[in-house]
Write a protein that binds this ligand. Structure first.
Ligand code: GTP
Ligand code: MG
Length: 451
């Protein structure tokens, strides 16, 4: 077997609570490969790191593995918290093929750990859990870059016992949240049992195991999803809309299917009419170590999925985070515009006659919030993307039912004039960056109101 040209790179989302080590994990995966002379092969994308199969195999220390795997590598996505995952949606589901939930073994589960698990369960995305920062266990004797078991066997009995205790707390927490799990080397069937890998993002211990398990999962369970038409029209999801000096409004996106070229006509999701524009430049970030502020990106004429890129094009103001980007031809333009429009409307319009008002930062996080509220049978009058504005407050203050005179904001801010306006109304505002906290707060408040 060898790399199959018709398989795209699986997209792996790294999720978990703040400071539990997402970025450090990716730094480690990138870093050692750079040290081993692979610098040119590792690309630092926008919130996305593409790690070619050769680098992964190199990291696992067994060149024979190259013949076992047919995916071209792994594309890791890292942005704060669970944000990336909810943003990276494709119609009817999440875009990530696999996920890694990272939890600090010394701290245990935190709100965003739990939120990540909820979201993954809802989307039925295969994932593994890593219990990070094992090097912080008292008395740990670090074995740089070693597979977990090799390192574990070098620890004193006392240290091993200490790790086991903390490790089984993680397993217990997973159980409490409805997941059966075990140490990855004891898992026979990853479809029914979640594998948990003790690692250190600092020393690299356990990271070879993590990469192997991810590749194994990608091949075994995803191969059929990874076939794609490399020459087909590009399809992607907007990660961020940014102003760039000299370029105007640009979008960072993950292209997950087909090819996108300079000069292509693209249709981009927005809250109003979908944007139609022509790609002025396709910009690929260079290797991390080469980044210099003035000259960060390399212009390329085309890119093929899966990849993280920046696009510059006219009229990108109003592009929606989490919205689609689709390449269109004169023949397909009308259909593509319709597709992009209905993707946004599906989330926005599915609302009730009366109910609360919700706001979220991206179309994907809005969808996640809508889904969770629906499960709780909480009625939604209006669902929209963006910060809480004066207009939102005015609209909601006109609602007579006090239990519906409510705005729930997920990952958003309140604009200064809206904040002022809020003071003079009876509108109840809930804001949080953890969905289930929002829902709990709202439910507690409802209980109080009814008591
Ligand atoms: P956010 O992006 O803010 O959500 O955090 P993150 O999950 O990306 O965490 P990050 O990688 O920034 O790590 C947070 C802190 O933990 C940093 O100071 C890291 O150096 C430290 N850290 C991460 N992994 C390890 C580890 O395995 N061992 C030790 N000792 N420290 C670690
Ligand atoms: Mg980080």
């Amino acid at each position: 077997m060898a790399v199959n040209e018709n398989l795209r790179t699986p997209i792996v989302c790294v999720m978990g609570h703040v400071d539990h080590g997402k970025t450090s994990l990716l730094d480690n995966i990138r870093g050692s490969a750079v040290v081993s002379g692979e610098a040119g092969a590792i690309t630092q994308h926008i919130g996305a790191t593409e790690v070619p199969i050769e680098s992964i195999v190199d990291k696992c220390g067994d060149p024979g593995l190259l013949n076992k795997f047919i995916v071209p590598g792994l594309l890791f996505i890292d942005t704060p918290g669970h944000h990336a995952f909810t943003t990276l949606r494709s119609r009817g589901g999440a875009l990530a093929d696999l996920a890694v939930v990272i939890v600090d073994i010394n701290e245990g589960f935190k709100p965003q750990t739990i939120e990540s698990l909820h979201i993954l369960k809802q989307h039925k995305t295969p994932f593994i859990v890593v219990a990070n920062k094992i090097d912080k266990i008292h008395g740990w004797n670090p074995q740089k870059g070693a597979p977990f078991l090799a390192s574990y066997n070098k620890q004193s009995e006392h240290v091993r016992a200490s790790l086991d205790t903390k490790f089984y707390e993680v397993i217990g927490e997973l159980y409490n949240h409805g997941f059966s799990s075990d140490r990855y080397d004891r898992v026979a069937d990853f479809q029914h049992n979640i594998g948990v890998i003790p690692i250190s993002a600092m020393t690299g211990e356990g990271i070879p195991d993590l990469l192997m398990v991810l590749l194994g999962l990608a091949q075994r369970f995803l191969e059929s999803n990874l076939h794609y038409d490399a020459e087909g029209p590009g399809v992607g999801t907007v990660l961020e809309v940014k102003e760039e000096r000299g370029l105007g409004t640009t979008i960072d996106l993950i292209l997950y299917d087909g090819t996108l070229r300079k000069g292509d006509t693209i249709v981009v999701g927005s809250l109003g009419e979908p944007i139609q524009t022509k790609v002025r430049a396709v910009l690929k970030p260079r290797v991390l170590s080469e980044i210099n502020v003035e000259d960060k990106f390399k212009q390329v004429s085309k890119v093929t999925a899966a990849i993280g890129i920046k696009i510059s094009a006219p009229n990108l103001d109003g592009a929606l985070s989490g919205g689609s980007v689709r390449v269109a031809t004169p023949e397909t333009l009308d259909t593509v515009v319709e597709e992009v429009r209905s993707e946004v409307e599906d989330v926005q319009i599915d609302t009730d006659q009366s109910g609360i008002t919700i706001k979220a930062d991206t179309i994907g996080s809005l969808e996640a919030l809508v889904n969770e509220l629906r499960k709780e049978e909480i009625p939604i009058r209006k669902a929209d993307v963006g910060d809480i504005s004066n207009r939102d407050i005015v609209e909601v203050s006109a609602i007579e039912e006090p239990l519906h005179s409510v705005i729930v904001g997920f990952n958003v801010n309140i604009l200064p004039d809206a904040k002022e306006k809020l003071q003079s109304t009876d509108v109840k505002l809930f804001m949080n960056d953890v969905i289930y906290r929002l829902i709990d707060d709202y439910k507690d408040w409802i209980k109080e109101q009814r008591a």
